[in-house]
Write a protein that binds this ligand. Structure first.
Ligand code: SF4
Ligand code: SF3
Length: 546
């Protein structure tokens, strides 16, 4: 195996024996093969799309396959074997359709378009030859992977939107085109840089699509005090990013005597008006994803993972873990997709919860969030006044991911060290490094404004664009906003590419720069976009405020 897609890649170079995340080598290799097969599907679907003959099933397969390979989403070997088989069958269907509708059209002559096999041994033999290192040129490899990881992040957001019946053909057509182009050896580094920025454009579109899907289904997030204590009844803990699962779980648990709590990236579900009507929705339990070994143990009841981030569960609570969507782990019960027109069936979790103790209290009190674009724009006058009077000197976008590395204490210290006249705009699980600190407010505006999940970084961009308009500025970079983003997995990659596409410059990225950026590709990002890493808290605060 060779994997360097996340921030915890071994030695910031790559995992080669087993993932730091716990992904075994055979699963890592089969994930590489699945990406290869998905590119084969894309070669055909791209041609069919150009003829107006694209097949919706190929869009769903591509989105689900990319999403399943995201860090901490799925560790189940059989899932990847099945997906590879399905992909090969689907590719055949697409090939037949292409011959039927346009006998003169052929796909480019690429291995991904023709390779096939039927046994696990053959899959594994091929898998070891189609991974990241199959691209020899370091810079081409770096750009290809940057685009691939951006597409994986985008796929996650598109998948959640699909679950809410929102699709956008332009986005999936682009994704197929991009995947097909990643098999083209004659693309130059410049071509790939252009494709990287285009990926960012569709990143904005994908986040906008999901924002639209979430808010039209559940209303716009609003300022909310979220309880972080516990009730007295047994509960189900729901984690990940999928709000449709949240809705159906709340509905099915109503009146059963079982409470519902959010964990990690599901915290923002507390901010949506549609979920507030449920009395048994108690609040949020615990912190970001990597604390789950202790927090899932202490929760005492079943836990539902609706997407990443899943940590390989300990035996002490493994029987209480359930996965759904693209999340998976061998030996863990997987809740099947909803049949057309009806709900998923969460009966197993509810029955399980009934036999469990209530959660052990970890903390008490509340945290405040719900500052997505509509809520912040409703407060725009207040915010603009505060900027004009100098009560707010600067905003810091500190969106992104949290993870295990010790050096991430930087983000807590950075938040604590920021002057009192600054406001943090956050989204994603990065917030858990500072969302429980007593940072106070500025004239009633909390100093940490949480927009929501990582995809709600879109909200932060909408807010920035609105402020630019209100202040009559030409350039988004003239706003008093600095970007100090923490990344871990591939959703942060698409958020970053989306910000670059919107013209945001001088983004600081930490705690380490991606291992997949070759020195030359890193230089392109530094020279053209002012991307930088992080230094010490003191030096960075000085730099940002100068
Ligand atoms: Fe290593 Fe990250 Fe890949 Fe897991 S996802 S194998 S930790 S680089
Ligand atoms: Fe967190 Fe995994 Fe990235 Fe949605 S839950 S931000 S790390």
């Amino acid at each position: 195996m060779f994997c360097y897609q996340c921030q915890e890649a071994a030695r910031n170079t790559g995992c080669t024996k087993v993932g730091v995340c716990g992904k075994p080598a055979d699963v890592a290799n089969l994930q590489d093969l699945l990406i290869f097969v998905t590119k084969g599907v894309a070669l055909y679907q791209h041609e069919l799309n150009q003829l107006g003959q694209g097949v919706p099933e190929a869009d769903h397969f591509m989105v689900g396959s990319l999403f399943a390979t995201i860090t901490n989403a799925n560790f189940d070997k059989q899932v990847f074997v099945n997906r590879i088989q399905d992909g090969l069958t689907l590719r055949k269907t697409l090939s037949n359709k292409l011959t039927a509708v346009s006998p003169a059209t052929s796909v480019p002559n690429r291995d991904a378009a023709v390779w096939t096999a039927h046994t696990l041994d053959a899959f594994e033999a091929k898998a070891s030859t189609v991974g990241v290192l199959a691209t020899e040129n370091e810079d081409v490899r770096s750009l290809r992977e940057l685009i691939t990881y951006g597409l994986k992040g985008l796929a996650a957001y598109v998948h959640h939107a699909q679950n809410l019946s929102q699709e956008n053909q332009e986005i999936t057509a682009f994704m197929h085109r991009a995947l097909a182009q990643l098999t083209n050896d004659s693309l130059t580094a410049d071509d790939l840089v252009a494709l990287t920025l285009e990926t960012g454009k569709f990143g904005v579109d994908g986040m906008s699509l999901l924002d639209q899907a979430n808010t039209s289904a559940y209303g716009h997030p609003e300022i909310t005090s979220v309880n972080i204590g516990v009730g007295t009844r047994p509960g189900i803990l729901i984690s990940g990013h999928d709000l449709k699962d949240m809705e159906e779980l709340l509905e099915q648990t109503a009146g059963t005597g079982v409470d519902v709590y959010t964990h990690s990236e599901m915290l923002p579900a507390n901010y949506y008006p549609a979920f507030k009507k449920y009395d048994h929705f108690i609040g949020n339990y615990g912190g970001s994803w990597w604390h789950q070994d202790k927090e899932f143990a202490a929760f005492n009841g079943p836990v539902l993972l609706t997407s990443n981030c899943l940590v390989p569960p300990k035996d002490s609570y493994k029987d209480r873990v359930y996965t759904t969507n693209t999340a998976g782990f061998e030996g863990v019960v997987h809740i099947a997709d909803r049949p057309e027109g009806s709900q998923k069936d969460f009966t197993a979790l509810i029955e399980h919860a009934r036999k469990c103790q209530p959660p052990t209290e970890l903390e008490t009190g509340t945290i405040v969030g719900g500052f997505a674009h509509q809520q912040v724009l409703a407060l725009a006058d207040k915010v603009v006044d505060a900027v004009k009077t100098g009560a707010i000197k600067q905003f810091f976008v500190m969106a992104g991911c949290d993870a295990r590395m010790k050096s991430r204490s930087y983000y807590t210290e950075f938040a604590e060290a920021l002057p009192q006249d600054t406001v943090i705009l956050t989204a994603g699980c990065a917030k858990y490094r500072y969302n429980k600190l007593p940072l106070g407010d500025i004239g009633g505006i909390p100093r940490v404004l949480d927009a929501g999940q990582c995809n709600d970084s879109y909200s932060l961009a909408v807010i920035a664009l609105k402020l630019k308009e209100v202040f009559g500025l030409e350039d988004i970079n003239d706003l008093p906003i600095s970007y100090n983003i923490a990344w871990y997995e591939q959703k942060a990659v698409i958020v970053l590419l989306a910000l670059l596409y919107l013209g945001v410059k001088n983004i600081h990225l930490g705690p380490t720069l991606p291992a997949f950026l070759s020195p030359n590709v890193a230089k392109v990002l530094v020279d053209n976009f002012g991307i930088a890493g992080i230094q010490s808290v003191e030096d960075d605060i000085q730099l940002f405020l100068s």
